[in-house]
Design a protein around this ligand. Structure first.
Ligand SMILES: Cc1cc2nc3c(=O)[nH]c(=O)nc-3n(C[C@H](O)[C@H](O)[C@H](O)COP(=O)(O)OP(=O)(O)OC[C@H]3O[C@@H](n4cnc5c(N)ncnc54)[C@H](O)[C@@H]3O)c2cc1C
Length: 318
């Protein structure tokens, strides 16, 4: 436990960083806890504050939860410094940053709905058990330094399927459309989304086209008995066929909505009238829409564990 006074950053910025990190980067926080705190086997870690020179973690292990301060490894802005600190944690723990780079052969590339392509990839010798349905990987995409994240929709023995929403000739769409059997793709990382505890009660899942593969993988592996409501917003109703080959659990109700002028607005309109208040909510939308939707859900269902992630960003240059 630290008692030193730290220099805070802007509260709005801090809140955004904390929400983003806790929703999508818990595995990286666990690495920081292992490398830079006295807790060697953490079971869970949450970021609880951000300062000019480091961040605060609540770290849980078999003995309970304790609070720790992790100083940045470089004197940079929090956004840059947090990434650098994760890199430093990996280095200290002897984890190579490229340990999770995989090269997979394309076996098939087919159109499954008007805007979705299914890439069938051969994992080859890379049959490590840590690839699971629902894991997101960053795929190398020509013309884009940081690649594009897509979800492993299904795993069948040595094969995995990745479903890409193709639209408006974007870099990600062109990459998926151009791939042919025999090509090689490069996947980096591979982690599961931070999910709420769905065993607590009724669940709500929501999202637009880009969230469909993650939601499909979730529904196929669903192991909870409580009701689950799914709110999906798509631009082209023909893309609703995407769920046709997905086995949805009993007690699952799917509501399809059409995207209006504002991404996510039809979902926000719909969830206020849910028959049963959800205990756990997961969703993915456009970044700004995700923030608005998260706030609206937290106001409507203050008891619920709400995780809404930004999956794509409106490019203001367009
Ligand atoms: C963890 C994670 C998992 C993901 N899994 C999947 C997945 O399995 N399948 C999948 O298809 N996507 C998935 N996504 C979303 C996917 O990464 C983005 O859609 C993609 O990076 C956008 O890149 P782009 O090259 O298509 O468009 P960009 O170059 O990012 O954007 C170009 C233009 O297109 C617009 N645009 C971008 N995306 C959309 C959109 N969805 N709808 C409307 N306009 C858009 C932008 O506003 C911009 O004007 C995931 C994202 C994350 C973070």
């Amino acid at each position: 436990m630290t008692t030193m006074t730290r220099t805070p950053i802007d509260r709005h910025d801090a809140q955004e960083i904390i929400e983003h990190v806790n929703e999508g980067h818990v595995p990286e926080l666990i690495l920081c806890a292992r490398a830079f705190t006295s807790i060697s086997v953490p079971t869970h870690t949450q970021m609880t504050d951000v300062f000019t020179d480091g961040f605060q973690l609540d770290v849980t292990d078999a003995d309970g939860t304790t609070r720790h301060f992790v100083p940045y490894s470089v004197p940079e802005s929090p956004h840059v410094a947090i990434r650098a600190t994760v890199d430093a944690a990996m280095k200290k723990l002897g984890i190579k940053p490229d340990a999770r780079v995989a090269h997979w052969n394309v076996l098939d590339n087919r159109v499954i709905t008007p805007h979705f392509r299914r890439l069938v990839l051969d994992l080859q010798e890379d049959t490590r058990e840590d690839w699971k349905p629902g894991y997101a990987c960053r795929f190398d995409v020509p013309g884009q330094e940081h690649g594009r994240p897509y979800t492993l929709r299904r795993l069948n023995g040595q094969q995995t399927e990745v479903d890409v929403y193709c639209h408006d000739h974007t870099l990600g769409s062109q990459w998926a459309e151009g791939l042919q059997a025999g090509d090689t793709v490069t996947a980096r990382g591979g982690r599961h989304e931070g999910m709420p505890d769905f065993s607590k009660g009724a669940a709500l899942l929501l999202g637009d086209e880009t969230a469909l593969p993650t939601i499909a993988a979730l529904l196929e592996g669903w192991a909870h008995e409580h009701p689950v409501h799914v709110l999906l917003e798509v631009r082209d109703p023909a893309d609703q066929r995407y769920l046709d080959d997905v086995t949805v659990p009993a007690h699952c109700a799917v509501t399809w909505l059409t995207t209006g002028v504002e991404s996510g607005a039809s979902i926000r309109h719909e969830f206020s009238g849910l028959a049963q208040a959800p205990a756990a909510v997961w969703g993915a939308l456009e970044v700004e829409s995700a923030k608005t939707t998260r706030k609206a859900l937290q106001a409507a269902y203050p008891e619920a564990d709400v995780r809404i992630t930004g999956y794509w960003r409106v490019n203001e240059m367009n």
